[in-house]
Every structure is written in C-alpha cells, then in structure tokens.
Design a protein around this ligand. Sequence first.
Ligand code: ZN
Length: 162
Amino acid sequence: MNIAERCVVAIDYTLKTADGSLIDTSEGDEPLHYLHGGGQIVPGLESALLGKAVGDKLSVVVKPEDGYGLHRGDRVLTVPRSSLPEGEEPEVGMQLEAVGRRGEHIVLWVKEVHAETVVLDGNHPLAGETLHFDVEVKAIREATEEELTHGHAHGPDGHHHH
Ligand code: ZN
C-alpha cells in the first residue's frame, strides 16, 4: 500500500530548523497519525509523502511557503491590555483565540507584554522558517468513514476518539 488521499498514515518524525535546532520529534512517543489529504500536516511534507510505503525514510526540506507560511508584518499588532478577555493574565508565548472579520478562527501568540499594551502575533511561531523533517513511514491504512467525515485521523485503530 502506498500513501494516497483517504489514507491514515503513521510517521515517526524529527523536525529541525535550518540551523539544526530541534523543534519537535515523535521519538520516545507514539508515531504521529494523520489523514493524508486532510491538511493535518504542512503541505510541503504531505506532498513529499505521497506514494511512499511503510519503511520508507525521507529527509524533506520545506520552504516557509509550503510550511507555516511567510512571516507577515501586518499580522503583528499592539493592543491595550484591557482589550484582552476578562481574567486573562497575558504571558509571552501564550496562545489566544479570536474570531476574524469574516468569521474565521484566528490564533494569536502573545509576543510581548507591557504595562499598558500587549503585542500579539497572528503568524505561526514557525512562520518564515525553512523546516527540515526526517520522517519514517511506520504504517498506512485506509481511513474510516468517521475519520473522513471528521477530516482527521483517530489514532492507530481508527476508533480511538480525541
Ligand atoms: Zn474525529
């Protein structure tokens, strides 16, 4: 079986930046299960995995535009602390959720905290980074109907529910 749309794939992976610092790894943990074609992993990695089989190992260099996007200055904004949700004590690195003008779901990271203001960044923390993945394909199976409906994988057997 080769990786294609509507497959659930288990991968072991290590993700590093261009300068070699470790961002994330599945080592010492369960492999990552994802629904191929579901947009659960960055587009550059998903397209590199297409057609691969169990046991295949690959090193993939993903450019920012095929990863978490380019860093956009217009997504960084300074807001008064009072505009944050009630009871929310802002800390650098904290994630806030907001609803955009077209009703879309936006995630904002707290970048700086000042006495009166907070700097929020709508870019993903890895925006602008070239991503270096080392991946091994551990398992491939057909997605269940439920997984296809939900648009994501449900773990090793397809029944484990989030
Ligand atoms: Zn689900």
